[in-house]
Design a protein around this ligand. Structure first.
Ligand SMILES: Cc1cc2nc3c(=O)[nH]c(=O)nc-3n(C[C@H](O)[C@H](O)[C@H](O)COP(=O)(O)OP(=O)(O)OC[C@H]3O[C@@H](n4cnc5c(N)ncnc54)[C@H](O)[C@@H]3O)c2cc1C
Length: 259
C-alpha cells in the first residue's frame, strides 16, 4: 500500500540524528546518508526515542527534551515458545491470562489460532504453547527464569508435565515503555513544540481509551492528521468508545459520588 503511494520503506536502517533546517524541513541522517524531509514522525520505543533526541541537539525545546529524557523502559520480558510431543487438553483456550503463578502472565495454545502451529500440531499430534512473562527482575538468571516459567505451565495445565519438549525458543527483550503510577501527564503527546515534528507509539499520551498496539496505531493516525493539517488536507476520522458517560444526570451523580 505504501509502495503504491511512492513511499520507500527501509527496515533495518537506524536514524542517527534529526536536525531542523533553517529554511524549514529536517535533515535526517542515517549511517549511510543525509536527506531532507518536510516533516517527521518519531515512532520509536522509549530508549530509541530518548537516545535519538539526545543526539539531535536542536530538536524541540528544553521542556520537551527533558520530558523525553525522563522516559523509562519496563523490566525485561521473556517469551517462551515450546513445541510439545503431545497435545494440551482439548478444552484449553487459545489464550489464558494468569495471575498468582510466579512471573507467568499468560499461556497461548498457538494451534488454536495460528496456521503454521495448527499444521505442525496436525502433522505431529503435538501442541505449540507460548508463555509470556512481562516483567522479570533485571539481572535474574535467564536459564533459571526460563525453567520457572515452564514449571508454572505444569501447574496451570498439569497434562503438560508428561509432555516432552521437542523444541523451545526463549526470547528476551526490554523495549516496553514503563508507565509509573501518576506518570500520565508527563508522557509526550503527539504534538510537539515544533509543528513539523510529531510523535507516535504506545508511549505517547492520548486521552482516548486505548493502549498497546491500539495506542500505537491510534497515535499514528493522530500524528498523520496533525501533519496533514499543514497542507489543508483532511485526515481520517477516528472512532472510539465514548470517553465519558452519555447521560448528563448520571455523569453529574457519578461526579458527586466520586468526590
Ligand atoms: C510479549 C509481548 C506481547 C504483546 N502482546 C500484545 C497484544 O496481544 N496486543 C497488543 O495490543 N499489544 C501487545 N504487545 C504490545 C505491543 O507489542 C506494543 O504496544 C507495540 O509494539 C508498540 O508499538 P510502537 O510502534 O509504539 O513501538 P515498537 O513496536 O517498539 O516499535 C518501535 C520501533 O522503533 C525502532 N527504532 C528505535 N530506534 C530507532 C532509530 N534510531 N531508527 C530507526 N528505528 C528505530 C525499533 O527498532 C522498533 O522497531 C505485546 C508486547 C510484548 C512485548
Amino acid at each position: 500500500y505504501l509502495g503504491r503511494h511512492g513511499a520507500e520503506v527501509r527496515t533495518g536502517t537506524a536514524v542517527e540524528r534529526v536536525t531542523p533546517r533553517p529554511d524549514g524541513g529536517y535533515e535526517i541522517a542515517t549511517d549511510r546518508e543525509e536527506r531532507r524531509h518536510d516533516t517527521v514522525v518519531l515512532a520509536l520505543d522509549a530508549s530509541g526515542l530518548r537516545s535519538l533526541v539526545a543526539r539531535s541537539e536542536r530538536l524541540g525545546d528544553g521542556p520537551w527534551r527533558e520530558r523525553i529524557g525522563r522516559l523509562r523502559t519496563a523490566p525485561p520480558f521473556l517469551v517462551s515458545r515450546l513445541w510439545l510431543d503431545r497435545p494440551v487438553a482439548p478444552d484449553r483456550p487459545g489464550f489464558l491470562g494468569t495471575s498468582g503463578f510466579g512471573t507467568l502472565d499468560n499461556i497461548s495454545v498457538l494451534e488454536r489460532w495460528e496456521d503454521e502451529a495448527a499444521r505442525w500440531a496436525a502433522r505431529t499430534g503435538g501442541s505449540v504453547v507460548e508463555l509470556h512473562a512481562y516483567a522479570v527482575r533485571p539481572g535474574a538468571a535467564r536459564d533459571v527464569e526460563e525453567e520457572l516459567l515452564v514449571d508454572q505451565l505444569h501447574r496451570v495445565y498439569p497434562e503438560t508435565r508428561a509432555a516432552s519438549v521437542v523444541d523451545a525458543r526463549h526470547v528476551w527483550h526490554d523495549d516496553c515503555p514503563l508507565f509509573p503510577v501518576g506518570g500520565f501527564t508527563d508522557r509526550p503527546t503527539v504534538r510537539t513544540p515544533d509543528p513539523g515534528l510529531v510523535v507516535a507509539g504506545d508511549l505517547v499520551r492520548t486521552d482516548l481509551p486505548v493502549a498497546l498496539m491500539e495506542r500505537a496505531a491510534t497515535t499514528g493516525f493522530l500524528a498523520a492528521d496533525a501533519l496533514l493539517e499543514r497542507w489543508g488536507v483532511r485526515g481520517r476520522t477516528l472512532w472510539t468508545v465514548p470517553d465519558r458517560g452519555r447521560a448528563t444526570v448520571l455523569r453529574t451523580l457519578a461526579g458527586w459520588a466520586g468526590r
